[in-house]
Design a binder for this molecule. Structure first.
Ligand SMILES: CC(C)(COP(=O)(O)OP(=O)(O)OC[C@H]1O[C@@H](n2cnc3c(N)ncnc32)[C@H](O)[C@@H]1OP(=O)(O)O)[C@@H](O)C(=O)NCCC(=O)NCCS
Length: 165
């Protein structure tokens, strides 16, 4: 069972973040940026980076886009953990969502997931995200347009999610 500390990430965490984006097999599920793109996002107030750590050891990251947007709609742009299937993704996402609803006026938090990524979908459902439908050709990924399942959680739903797991 995961028991990590979740905190805002900084440029010092980029080597871990970039290595995790590039874990073998993750290229089917998650995008990857070069260092310049990450540095630009880190310096941009529309983005917020989060890191899960056990002591000094980084375990996973999440990138939030449209942080504190005037539209009150925020996107979890990317999330990945170094060692999947151990509950960390749920913990990380839950705390990131807590942070969004606590620190901003967001009403809706959404993400897009490739429909076949069952592990991710289960983690998202466990923290209260609901599948809303398939957005056709929503991701230009690996040189092709791919469909994404859109999942979201609204502020009134967040307070009702049980915190046991
Ligand atoms: C998506 C991700 C962040 C989720 O984090 P995680 O730590 O693996 O998630 P959790 O362990 O909290 O939950 C995973 C769920 O999937 C289930 N699961 C584990 N391995 C699975 C597999 N191979 N296939 C289907 N389900 C699986 C787990 O049992 C758990 O479901 P449950 O709570 O109903 O039992 C992580 O898997 C990851 O980094 N994946 C690679 C990158 C990626 O896909 N990112 C998301 C792009 S949208």
């Amino acid at each position: 069972m995961a028991n990590a500390r979740i905190e805002r990430a900084s440029t010092a965490d980029l080597p871990f973040i970039m290595a995790t984006e590039r874990v073998e097999g993750y290229d089917r599920f998650v995008g990857r940026w070069d260092e310049a793109r990450h540095l630009a996002a880190l310096a941009d107030g529309h983005y917020a980076y989060f890191l899960a750590r056990d002591g000094v050891t980084p375990l996973g990251f999440a990138i939030v886009r449209d942080w504190a947007s005037a539209e009150r709609v925020t996107c979890v742009k990317r999330i990945a953990v170094a060692s999947p299937g151990n509950g960390l993704g749920r913990q990380l996402l839950r705390e990131v969502i807590d942070c969004i609803f606590r620190d901003t006026d967001a009403h809706r938090v959404w993400l897009g997931v490739f429909p076949e990524n069952e592990r991710a979908r289960r983690a998202y459902e466990a923290v209260g995200f609901k599948a809303e439908g398939v957005a056709r050709g929503n991701a230009f990924f690996g040189g092709i347009y791919r469909d994404e399942l859109i999942m979201a959680i609204l502020r009134p739903e967040w307070t009702r999610v049980p915190r046991a797991s």
